[in-house]
Design a protein around this ligand. Structure first.
Ligand code: NAD
Ligand code: ZN
Length: 249
């Protein structure tokens, strides 16, 4: 099936000429790599919602349970490969002089596809961070032998280096994302339910600052009424079509 890109076509030459494109991606972009979204089918772990596991409070109450949830997710990430949507974002960097990729995903698949420097708003699940001394290290290639893992330097608990519900986003990343959203000529919101704040506000910031906003998501989200155009199909289909239309290899 081919995608009708008509609503976007008027902006293609501007983008090729150096007007800035920014895109915000969410779990839907990695769904086609086999990683469950939080709100779709398969997002529950042992019947629990992510909102009840991905919090500092849950971790303080039961670090072993939270780590079991993360080890389950890490195994899926270790087995996952970038899909056509990730590849299309990386291809676009080759033809668009100014492009900023902002992701809520923690799986590292944008980098695996070749995107040079995505802004990771929510951290990366394949890193550990010490709750005591703050040291960050790459996750081992295999699950921990005993849970919960402890810091080899200070013996405090290690946690995944992600932003949990209720936690503040890394200030530098958030500032960069805001600046890119507000400075963009075209802003794409791709595969995110647009309900997790403050990432969900980036589309609004962009639209208010005058960007042409487009949503790519099989389902409508709260950002849809602000969008100039919507593509109600998968991220891989639409993003590949955009990359092809712009001549990206
Ligand atoms: P979400 O689960 O709330 O929403 C996913 C969205 O993707 C939904 O709106 C759904 O309609 C859409 N979608 C499903 N399949 C799609 C496809 N093929 N193409 C395009 N869209 C598709 O996810 P969110 O909005 O990213 O927010 C949830 C939070 O969960 C984020 O903070 C994120 O860090 C975290 N999370 C990350 C991953 C990951 O890194 N892969 C996975 C699950 C959750
Ligand atoms: Zn430590």
């Amino acid at each position: 099936m081919s995608v009708d890109l008509a609503p976007l076509v008027p902006y293609f030459s501007d983008l090729r000429g150096g007007r800035p494109l920014a895109a915000l991606t969410g779990a839907g972009v990695s769904a086609e790599s086999g990683l469950p979204t939080f709100r779709g089918a398969g997002g529950l772990w042992e019947g629990r919602r992510a909102e009840d596991l991905a919090t500092a409070e849950a971790f303080a109450n039961d670090p072993v349970k939270v780590w079991r949830f993360y080890e389950w997710r890490r195994e899926k990430v270790r087995a996952a490969r970038p899909n056509e949507a990730h590849l299309a974002f990386a291809r676009l960097e080759g033809v668009l002089p100014r492009m900023t990729l902002i992701t809520q995903n923690v799986d590292g698949l944008h980098q695996a596809a070749g995107s040079r420097r995505p802004i990771e708003l929510h951290g990366n699940i394949m890193r550990d961070r010490c709750r005591g001394c703050g040291t960050v290290t790459a996750a081992a290639p295999a699950p921990f032998a005993t849970l919960p893992p402890r810091c080899p330097l200070c013996s405090e608990l290690l946690r995944p280096d992600v932003v949990w519900f209720g936690e503040v986003l890394p200030a530098g990343s958030w500032h960069e994302a805001e600046t890119a959203a507000e400075g963009s000529a075209v802003f794409l919101v791709v595969g995110t339910s647009s309900v997790v704040a403050p990432a969900s506000s980036l589309g609004l910031l962009a639209a208010r600052a005058g960007a042409h906003l487009f949503e790519i998501n099989p389902e409508a989200t709260p950002i849809a009424p602000l969008a100039e155009g919507v593509f109600r199909t998968s991220a891989s289909e639409v993003m590949s079509a955009i990359a092809n239309a712009l001549g990206a290899r």
